[in-house]
Design a protein around this ligand. Sequence first.
Ligand SMILES: NC(=O)c1ccc[n+]([C@@H]2O[C@H](COP(=O)([O-])OP(=O)(O)OC[C@H]3O[C@@H](n4cnc5c(N)ncnc54)[C@H](OP(=O)(O)O)[C@@H]3O)[C@@H](O)[C@H]2O)c1
Length: 370
Amino acid sequence: MDWNRPGKLLRPNPDWEEDLFLTCVVGPVERARLKAYVEDVKQKKPRKPCYCQDGSPGVAPLMTLNNGRTIPSLGLGTFIGYDYQGVPLPITTYDTRRAVETAIDAGYRLFDTAYKYKNEDQVGQAIKNKIAEGVIRRSDVFVITKLSNNCHGEDAVIPALRRSLQLLELDYVDLYLIHWPVGLRKDGSYDETDYLDTWKGMIEARARGLTKSIGVSNFNQHQIDRIISLSKMKPAAVQIEVNLNIQQHSLIAFCHSHDIAVIAYTPFGSLFHRRAAYGAPPPRTDTPVLRRIADKHHKTVPQIVLRYLVELGVIPIPKSVTPKNIEMNIEVFDFKLTREEKDVLRDFERNYRTRNIKFWKDSPHYPFEK
Ligand SMILES: NC(=O)c1ccc[n+]([C@@H]2O[C@H](COP(=O)([O-])OP(=O)(O)OC[C@H]3O[C@@H](n4cnc5c(N)ncnc54)[C@H](OP(=O)(O)O)[C@@H]3O)[C@@H](O)[C@H]2O)c1
């Protein structure tokens, strides 16, 4: 291996020597440290963390939240998905744990889970394993989990978060989100609790140190505005669907104008043929204009899409359990798209939701267009 090849950060993973060269430019000090790191790994010494140039503990640069805390600008989603009938797939394997461990080795430091995903234990186990190996410290990773729709009562929030922390085997999470504005009772009927009351429970959870930051997910602009106007604390972050087919320019601008970070879920939308619903709008990975942009930057089409989201100023959380995809998805910080390329990508906007929850449309807090 040519350690003196100029200009690129070396990915410290000896299993993929042929494509060790990527991401930001580094100097001789980093080069020497990374070389030592790879040698350590080869000799099976405990792994040491890989630091990005800006001092962040991973590959993705850090962004600052409105409470002064920092969050990596890209993370790993962990929702395993639905079967062909729209039922969440059962968790029968250790895929999530392996994915999170692979991601930590690849330089991810942000992980998104939820009580509903039934894999908080695996996310926690992976983090615990990597701390034990000496790869990370707890403070290096940013863990997000979410409040179940069944726990919207103000007094239900803290017990729900404690349950998640127990599964994660953590003392605190970095961000706790209300998963949906729609509340549900155990029997499936609507719990009409005002989310402003749920939010009071969230504020209390933060005051008790169980979470460093709080936020909401799947709330519309009016609902976020209501929290900002009528509560004593605004969200640090909002998690919404953002991909080429639903770019959310106006909601993103609204959040950013209030200094609220936007986390982009389902960042690939309908990009993959095997995942696109019948009739879902373009593009796909073989759309020629995307292939041309990808070829020009020596990147893949999924990387182009993730880079576009990063340049929109949102935090994509692509899910993958496939090591090569996990590796590739974070390799988006070593190039920039041109204005013309971004215009091409912007044109795929269709206000088309992959996550359609019309079955909740009768809830008083249903967030989307009916
Ligand atoms: N707040 C919410 O209500 C909400 C809703 C939905 C999702 N989320 C969060 O957002 C995360 C991401 O969203 P998502 O899981 O819906 O969809 P996504 O990340 O847009 O897409 C995931 C799919 O893309 C595949 N994939 C990933 N990288 C790839 C690559 N480089 N090349 C080819 N295929 C690739 C994955 O397969 P492999 O695993 O085989 O790579 C998987 O099938 C979730 O996991 C979850 O954490 C939150």
